[in-house]
Design a protein around this ligand. Sequence first.
Ligand code: ADE
Length: 406
Amino acid sequence: MRIDVVSIFPEYLAALDLSLIGRARRDGILDVRVHDLREFAHDRHRTVDDSPFGGGAGMVMKPEPWAGALDAVVASGPAADAAVPHLVVPGPGGVPFSQALARSLAGEPWLAFACGRYEGIDERVYEHAAARMPVTVVSLGDYVLNGGEVAVLAMVEAIGRLLPGVIGNAQSLVEESHEDGLLEYPVYTRPASWDDAGTVREVPAVLLSGDHGAIAAWRHRQRLERTAQRRPDLLPVSATTGALADLDVRPATPADAAELLVLQRACWVREGLEAAGRWVVPPLAEEHDDVVRGLVEWTTLAVRARAADGAPGRLVASVRARRHPDDATRWEVGRLMVAPDLQGRGLGRALLALAESLAPAEVTGFRLTTGVLEEGNQRFYRRAGYRVVVGAGTPAGAVDLAKRRP
Ligand code: ADE
């Protein structure tokens, strides 16, 4: 891939000689060419800025040096074909830079970056450029840098490392934050038990167990929990829109167990009365310790109403899900419950969809169990695409339902 960068501080880009990106340049994977905008200024002082028409603070970058620099970059392209670069202009007013955009830009043969400074570049430069090549204004985030150079360093690194041959172990590209919409799980190395000046810090036991299924399940749960805590905006769309939009949705912890127990007893008491002792209704038979144990074995989402100040309030709904202990392709969903006063608003439906969307990629089907007497529940699950399956081992009073992953 060829990359041209135009800047009034070409030395800023010296960092692109270091580390993996530097090696990719030396290996011929990346052809990075840095140009000094001042070379394209027309006066003896090599002026590249002037005051803004209409008044206002600061200076604006003049159009002529930019047009000259961009034309020179285009003209330096391969003579044989009419190739032009995709011009990326870093700026806080651009489209957000993301892993998806990095991946898309990594697929282009030629990128050019125009580093603005001061209050920005004369708008006509964008028109000049757009008449010659694709142009995208890209922002690193909702904050203001002094210029585009730092943003270019970040973008070239994010894009360059996706090129074949830049990262030795391609699998590490797959297993990292943002690649599949979730944040990365925590990592540990030796020593397994670290005496940190008197405080002993242990590596989670599951990672030392050698049980690859358990390790994969633990890592997946960690990714969900981190994402919910640090970046709830990345949780599947169903968590942040529709019926769940105004609620606080996050993985339950043992501190939620007492309220979960109260809610599940409330939600299953009618079924218990109808069963009238003919069979056990598990959510009614459980005690606090059972609920805490369930939080270890399942990823449980606790949904809370928000108080006036936005803080999470009372528990109003919950669902839990996990990979089947013996079948990694099966995703089990259970304990879907909604407080009585919030039923009938689509909350259960949205939570079910959310629990399904948390399933890892290798899952091909969903499973759940409901009460044989709970015809309303069975109708609800049928509307969501589930069908009754006659399973060996379905407990008395229960009905198993399954759905293929769409
Ligand atoms: N230049 C100034 N601020 C920027 C930002 N947030 N992202 C990209 N380029 C910038």
